[in-house]
Design a protein. Structure first.
Length: 173
């Protein structure tokens, strides 16, 4: 079963979540940081890209730091790392690319529960430094809200179909 924890029933279940985007430089990096900060050990978040840029955007790192979250260990990486032997078993995979902007979202094969949580790409924004910072802040706020909703789901007590419906609904909020 997808959401069964290998631990005994007396312990808190642990879930692995992968946030996917194309470049893995902004949205997915921010989502990884937010979930790891808020999860209190029940989740481990990762991020990756189908065509990683090679480094996180400095604006994304500044936004994470301004929220009081650590940036240590955050890096732009390929989703291929999560298909290698010894990679963590994923329970959830969320794409955060923006279909409305005709951005190509990576597709994750396999058994994890998936949902699309599209967010406009702050890295694509041009303009003044203030406008660019606002785009990163806006993306961060939306991700933070969606991750908060996700964390409020009583995953261990819900049926898989209900969980799937709820994670899809979060992406529409």
């Amino acid at each position: 079963m997808l959401l069964e924890s290998p631990e005994s029933m007396n312990t808190v279940p642990h879930y692995n979540v992968l946030f996917l985007c194309t470049g893995n430089s902004a949205r997915s990096i921010m989502a990884e940081a937010i979930l790891n900060h808020k999860a209190k050990g029940a989740f481990t978040a990762y991020s990756a890209g189908s065509h990683p840029s090679g480094r996180p955007r400095p604006e994304a790192l500044r936004q994470i730091e301004s929220a009081g979250m650590p940036t240590t260990g955050l890096r732009s990486k390929s989703w291929a790392e999560f298909a290698e032997p010894g990679a963590p078993k994923l329970d959830f995979v969320f794409t955060v690319c923006d279909n409305a902007a005709r951005e190509v979202c990576p597709y994750w094969p396999g058994q994890p529960m998936t949902a699309h949580w599209g967010i406009p790409d702050p890295a694509a924004v041009t303009g003044t430094p203030e406008e660019i910072a606002r785009a990163f802040r806006d993306a961060f706020v939306v991700l933070d809200r969606r991750i908060g909703l996700f964390l409020s789901l009583p995953l261990s007590t819900l049926d898989q179909l209900v969980i799937k419906r709820e994670v899809d609904n979060i992406g529409r909020s």
